[in-house]
Design a protein around this ligand. Structure first.
Ligand code: ADP
Length: 193
């Protein structure tokens, strides 16, 4: 086996992270490497057996509930491991990636560097620090057309509050790419009780 390495692809939503992960996976197949792609099971927006970019490109993927499910699902011949939506994994994903790399595998992770509040997201900062290669992609801000680096959360047509729960029952929810200047995270005063 060759030396292992860790590549991390980050950016806001719509910055092209899944596109880039799929591109690297497809190129590894062309190079006749055995490739496996994993994704967290909670992300079932497009069905459970593929990763799919917003542009429609896709690659077969293994959905897993926790980071500890990845090593047992790894085929012995796999030399390239790609993990999409890596921000949703538990902290154990860092050690899983480190062990895969130590075993000589090429590991490619893609995920949000920042949450909707604009704060570092879960295990991603640690993965960025450990990576041999980091690519920070930019979307287009839907407000001004400048590079979009942040993910705007909209609940019922207005910017989500800093303290809004992650799941708002019955609400219409959407996400947009925005630049730093147009990213809004209000802290509305709570009604007095
Ligand atoms: P990510 O995984 O980072 O959310 P995807 O790879 O799924 O991104 O999708 C990237 C694609 O999304 C772009 O190639 C483009 O076709 C589309 N897209 C839609 N809205 C935007 C936007 N505001 N900025 C850039 N790309 C966008």
């Amino acid at each position: 086996m060759t030396h292992g390495s860790l590549e991390v692809i980050v950016g806001s939503m719509f910055s092209g992270k899944s596109e880039e992960l799929i591109r690297r996976a497809k190129r590894a197949v062309i190079a006749r490497r055995a490739v496996q792609v994993f994704k967290p099971l909670l992300d079932d927006r497009y069905g459970v057996e593929v990763v799919r970019s917003h542009d429609g490109d896709s690659f077969v993927a293994v959905p897993v509930r926790t980071s500890s499910e990845i090593p047992p699902r790894l085929a012995p011949e796999t030399t390239v491991v790609a993990i999409d939506e890596v921000q949703f994994f538990d902290a154990g994903i860092v050690e899983v990636c480190r062990a895969l790399v130590a075993g000589g595998r090429r590991v490619v992770c893609a995920g949000l560097d920042l949450d909707f509040r604009g704060e570092p997201f879960g295990p991603v900062p640690a993965l960025l620090a450990l990576a041999e290669r980091v690519d920070k992609l930019q979307a287009i801000c839907v407000q001004c057309g400048e590079p979009g680096t942040r993910t705007q959360r909209i609940v019922d047509g207005v910017p989500a509050d800093y303290d809004d729960p992650i799941i708002v029952i019955g609400a219409q929810e959407a996400y947009e790419a925005r630049c730093r200047a147009h990213h809004q995270v209000p802290r509305r005063a709570k009604a007095a009780v």
